[in-house]
Design a protein around this ligand. Structure first.
Ligand code: SAH
Length: 440
């Protein structure tokens, strides 16, 4: 039987499979491509070919999927009234043609999250294949596995596993099931992860606010194994530890891992790390700077930072519990100066309604930073608000530079680490901005 592609789409699929990834081996390469399933007119909700309910998409929704997006809002779908939320559904256009398969949500405004554009079974094998695919990217992209023992293994939508986040810390995993459909399958997903990676422990970190939009309770505990205690790992040359059960997020802010190592390369002289959490930026800066001051409003974070400094024998880092806004103002009023400054605040814009206030916040801290920087000083400035895009962020940083009467060079425009891929056509997956600047 010939393997020659029968359509441009088939050709693209074969091309994808040719790489011989672990994921590819699981897919039957010559699986005969069925014709596009016929419309199931008049029987929406009971598609003949499967027992999955059918959700009909508006034309606008089909266009959105065609543009590469994977989310469809409730106003663009007609779903059978009997759906409880959390089901896998078939998607059809208004004429009944198959469009894809998706997770259905009954609570969130995002009613549909696409899983696949193919007519394929969504079963254990499907999820295992997606997890394998996600793990394969990290193996491929990890620059130095020894120094990258903490990483995001599954990044939700961007790994075509909507509503699932998995972080790996050495031999332990931390899992979040953020939507009804992944929450309903959380035991299955934990079992598949165990099968794939045999971790020592799998922690559940479902104590996050976004779950409230899905009508899901806050939950934290163990899926597999015993509570692992603090797990140590290397980031560059710095030895960090994450408490998978008690730390913020899943233990550490892994999206900034590569930016922290990079920031360390530019550090010198007197350095200031604002919003330092456990001091992960500060410790990278400490390798080259003479002295580092790390500031966080949380006593717990600062205590963790001091422990981390001790673990690394870094005697040139001082940790301060303070509001970074106040500290930046006071330092600037005292006429202090720094050679290296990092600004890594929490997301100031939590929703569309707070964008203006957030922009004022970013403006203020960046303006203070430009006042504090010596000539030739480096500013690493970040925003993780996904309601503020690259252009808006750059505009606010420019406006701060102009108010401070500084000329500023852009050395690097960075985003989240490569284990947090973004999906083309889904701008929401690109939330982290990191500019490395030099003020002249
Ligand atoms: N830079 C850190 C992550 C920062 S997360 C890293 O790379 O690991 C944001 C941190 O800002 C949190 O630790 C939070 O406690 C702290 N924070 C929030 N508001 C603050 C404020 N007004 N002043 C100082 N720290 C603040």
């Amino acid at each position: 039987m010939s393997n020659a592609p029968r359509s441009p789409k088939e050709a693209r699929r074969l091309e994808r499979l040719k790489g011989g990834s672990r994921a590819a081996r699981d897919v039957h390469p010559a699986r005969p491509r069925p014709h596009r399933p016929p419309p199931v007119l008049g029987s929406i909700g009971q598609a003949a070919a499967s027992d999955e309910p059918t959700v009909v998409l508006s034309r606008r929704a089909v266009d959105r999927l065609d543009q590469g997006h994977v989310w469809i809002y409730r106003s663009d779908v007609a779903a059978p009234a009997a759906l409880a939320g959390g089901e896998v559904v078939r998607l059809a256009d208004e004429r009944g043609w198959f469009v894809g398969k998706a997770f259905y949500g009954a609570q969130s405004q995002i009613a549909v999250r696409l899983l696949t554009r193919e007519d394929e079974p969504i079963d254990d094998t499907f999820f295992l294949r997606r997890l394998t695919q996600a793990a394969a990217l990290r193996e491929m992209a990890s620059p130095d596995p020894e120094r990258r023992r903490a990483q995001r293994l599954v990044h939700g939508e961007a790994d075509l596993l909507p509503g699932l986040v998995v972080d790996r810390y050495a031999d332990c995993l931390s899992v979040q099931t953020l939507i009804e459909a992944t929450d309903a399958r959380r035991e299955l997903l934990a079992t598949l992860l165990h099968q794939l990676l045999q971790p020592r422990a799998i922690v559940e970190r479902n104590d996050v606010r976004v779950r409230a939009h899905e009508g899901l309770p806050q939950r934290k505990g163990m899926f597999k194994g015993d509570p692992p205690g603090p797990v140590e790992f290397l980031e560059g040359e710095v030895r960090l530890a994450a408490d998978l059960l008690q730390g913020q997020k899943t233990g550490a802010f892994l999206d900034q891992a590569e930016n922290r190592v990079e920031a360390g390369r530019y550090a010198r002289g007197r350095a200031l790390d604002c919003f330092s959490y456990g001091g992960a930026f500060a410790l990278q800066l400490a390798g080259r700077a003479e002295k580092v001051t790390a500031v966080d409003i949380s006593e717990e974070a600062v205590a963790q930072g001091r422990e981390a400094a001790a673990r690394n024998g870094a005697r040139n880092v001082e940790f301060v519990v303070a509001n970074a806004f106040d500290l930046l103002r006071e330092e600037s009023e005292k006429g202090e100066h720094y050679d290296t400054i990092v600004l890594d605040p929490p997301a100031f814009a939590k929703g569309k309604s707070s964008i203006d206030a957030a922009l004022r916040g970013y403006k203020e801290i960046n303006l203070r930073a430009f006042h504090l920087l010596n000539a030739g000083g480096v500013l690493v400035t970040c925003s993780c608000s996904f309601h503020i895009d690259d252009a808006q962020f750059e505009k606010v940083v420019l406006s701060a530079a102009r108010d401070a009467k500084r000329n500023v060079q852009v050395i690097e425009r960075r985003g989240a680490a490569r284990d947090h891929p973004t999906l083309l056509g889904v701008p929401e997956t690109r939330y982290l901005k990191c500019l490395i600047l030099r003020a002249l």
